[in-house]
Design a protein around this ligand. Structure first.
Ligand code: PMP
Length: 420
């Protein structure tokens, strides 16, 4: 078995050997959250068994040990993202909190009535709602960067919008609903030349490939640990030092101060200014274990394998009458968003679930995108490196069976659709 054999990767993930409804689990909901390899589970377990104490404030051995592990985790994640200055990596609960931090702190400081915020048509709600809240508070307004029919960004429209000199451009690195990879380096460069500050939502990129943030050219980058094989409840915001230093804290409390009196408070420096209260210590340590795990693998081989999985799944599904993929752009992660004509997505997802196949159905927290596509939602099968060709075939077979069963039960009439 080679180093890059998916069967070997698979064995590192205990949950994947589960059965659901009496069937072996086929987990194709990786864009929602990924499964955790044993080293992550062990690291969290070990922390609570041998090192649990609060961080940054203890004068005893255990607290110092916990602090060292927690800060080492920050260093590791920073290095993984190509960041030299680990103090510019702020722990958050995930992508959502990271974007809210920027909107509440940087946004309230920099946006004024009449200023323009650009959002993407395919944005996740986490990269829409915080900006709407900011716009409502400041009088700024929002415009949308449209997509082409294949899911790629409409560059001409983007260039035209940049001529209006937006103050903030909020991009996605990869669409969670379509799987499209956007050319963020180019988009960032162009937005910066137009004088904008740029935030990139990296939640769906890092599970599939490594990035180098210093090289990317953005000002802020947000991601979630649970989508990169780490624990839930931990994620991070990276920001340029000069921006972070000039930003006010957005939450107050312990940990984020240097001195407090009833008259005034002097805040701590980076990164602690943005980390009020006890952080998710075990989460950070678990995330570092996930990064170590990924670092010990050949990520390019993983990526190439995921692309072959996507191709295989597409080839199988294309044979099915009524199968319609929703995006067709050339740069995509291993995520298949599709419709099955004549079936409501929730019914299909329910059918697949009965076969042990976990997919997501619905709007994928991208309601404005679905509205622009004229769809109530899609089915989404999202693959990770631990999925197999056999699982991709099982998906296609289960869909084919559903289509066939509809034909045999109801030869003329269409299956009545459930309305949700
Ligand atoms: N952005 C994108 C592109 C996502 O896919 C997700 C998670 N579905 C989020 C933001 C929000 O991530 P979280 O819920 O972990 O904060």
């Amino acid at each position: 078995m080679s180093q890059n054999d998916p069967k070997r990767w698979r064995r590192d993930f205990p949950l994947l050997s589960m059965h659901v409804h009496g069937q072996p689990l086929v987990y194709l909901d990786n864009a929602a959250t990924t499964q955790k390899p044993r080293p992550v589970i062990d690291a969290v377990n070990r922390f609570y068994k041998t090192a649990n104490a609060n961080v940054h404030r203890g004068s005893h051995a255990l607290s110092m040990q916990a602090t060292a592990a927690f800060e080492l985790a920050r260093e590791k994640v920073a290095r993984w993202l190509g960041i030299d200055d680990s103090a510019t990596l702020i722990w958050t609960r995930g992508t959502t909190e990271a974007i809210n931090l920027v909107a509440q702190s940087w946004g309230r400081q920099h946006l004024q009535r009449g200023d323009l915020i650009l959002l993407m048509q395919s944005a996740h709600h986490a990269n829409i709602v915080p900006w709407q809240m900011l716009a409502a508070a400041t009088g700024a307004h929002i415009e949308i960067i449209p997509l082409q029919a294949d899911g790629d960004i409409d560059l001409n429209a983007y260039h035209r919008l940049l001529e209006q000199r937006p103050v903030l451009v909020a991009l996605a690195h990869v669409s969670n609903a379509l799987g499209t990879i956007y050319p963020v380096e180019t988009l960032c460069r162009e937005a910066k030349s137009a004088g904008a500050t740029v935030l990139v939502d990296g939640a769906q990129a890092l599970p599939h490939f490594d990035v180098s943030l210093e090289a990317m050219g953005c000002d802020f980058y947000a991601f979630s640990g649970h989508k990169v094989f780490g624990p839930t409840g931990i994620g991070a915001l990276w920001g340029r030092r000069e921006l972070l230093e000039a930003m006010p804290p957005w939450q107050g409390g312990g940990e984020m101060i240097e001195h407090v009196s009833f008259d005034s408070t002097r805040y701590a420096g980076l990164p602690f200014k943005f980390e009020a209260g006890t952080p998710d210590i075990s989460g950070a340590i678990g995330l570092a274990a996930a990064i170590d795990y990924l670092g010990s693998q050949d990520r390019q081989a993983m990526e190439a394998y995921e692309q072959s999985l996507l191709k295989h799944a597409l080839e199988g599904c294309r044979q099915i009458a009524g199968f319609r993929p929703v995006a067709s752009g050339s740069q995509r992660v291993s995520l298949l968003s599709f419709e099955l004509d004549g079936f409501h997505q929730q019914d299909v997802a329910h059918w697949l679930d009965r076969q042990g196949i976990a997919v997501r159905a619905g709007h994928h927290c991208a309601m404005p995108l679905m509205q622009s596509l004229g769809l109530p939602g899609t089915l989404r099968a999202s693959f990770a490196f631990y999925n197999t060709f056999q699982e991709a075939e099982q998906l296609a077979q289960a869909l084919e069976q559903l289509v066939q069963s509809q034909k045999s039960i109801l030869p003329v009439a269409k299956l009545e659709q459930t309305s949700y």
